[in-house]
Design a protein around this ligand. Sequence first.
Ligand SMILES: NC(=O)c1ccc[n+]([C@@H]2O[C@H](COP(=O)([O-])OP(=O)(O)OC[C@H]3O[C@@H](n4cnc5c(N)ncnc54)[C@H](OP(=O)(O)O)[C@@H]3O)[C@@H](O)[C@H]2O)c1
Length: 302
Amino acid sequence: MLALGAASLGSVYSHVSQAHADATVQTALDLGVSLIDVAPYYGLTRAETALGHALQGVERSRYTLATKVGRYGDKAWDFSRDATLRSLDESLRRLKTGHVDILQCHDIEHGDLKQLVEEALPALRDLKAQGVIRYVGITGYDLAVLEKIAVEQQIDTVMAYCTFTLQDQRLGPVARRLKTHDIAVFNASPLGMGLLTRKGPPDWHPGHETVHRAAAEAARICTEAGSDISRLAVQWALRQAAEHGIASTVIGSSSAANMRDNVAAMSASVDAALLAHVETVLAPVRDKGWDVLPGNGGKAGQ
Ligand SMILES: NC(=O)c1ccc[n+]([C@@H]2O[C@H](COP(=O)([O-])OP(=O)(O)OC[C@H]3O[C@@H](n4cnc5c(N)ncnc54)[C@H](OP(=O)(O)O)[C@@H]3O)[C@@H](O)[C@H]2O)c1
């Protein structure tokens, strides 16, 4: 299942007008993409505000909404109970809705895990018991931390990013194990935060330059073959998701045309020869995330 990641609506990749945000969200909904993920951190509240505007007038039952608590700046985490409850209130106001479906603690490995376990997660469980949210989630990049906390704390949903793509596939076995605990797994950033696009990653992308070079070569090969690396990457992520029990693939876009392409990629046939060629080009940098091969120190995560 494809979901819309709304980080880009907060202009984190490039400036996005409200008109573009509205058109992207409307296109996604019209194409049957009904899960939308956002966070207060994205564009420092701008993504939630833009999304709230885009969803005005849309029947609430048409979409499932996921947002986050706990991350409020590039280096600002707060998993206290007060901040968690306040954050949800503010998100609801920006999103112009009375409830979110999935509330996730954002990029947990960078925050205070003791505070997460003792304050934020109990607060989320209370909200779930009160019917304000339906599911308690955690998100992040460090798969070992995500798996440990998810299992120990009986979390409902786990969102990992940039770890289940044509270039990095480490989430696969973790997702299969989490599924045995009935934990739903979301694969965010199937394009590796812009890495697997013709345009290439943004300058803040934390990956190593050898990874960037290999991805650029893979993109060139796809273009030369009359295809597009993004299409291949979406197809790979969606097909492999089914095999690894991944509940949803969360792709970010601020473009109605790209959303149409992404949905079309789901049903288009895969160019197996091109895929094999691209996999060969990416093999030397397979699973080389910035935790393994640190990049230029760019801002980690979304
Ligand atoms: N820690 C976390 O919780 C976490 C971390 C990362 C991501 N996420 C979630 O996952 C979502 C997706 O991640 P992401 O947006 O960072 O990365 P992504 O989905 O891997 O890549 C997004 C980039 O790809 C481009 N793109 C999308 N479709 C395309 C197409 N068909 N052709 C060419 N380019 C295309 C987008 O540009 P356009 O806007 O021009 O389409 C954007 O620049 C986020 O919005 C967020 O909801 C969560």
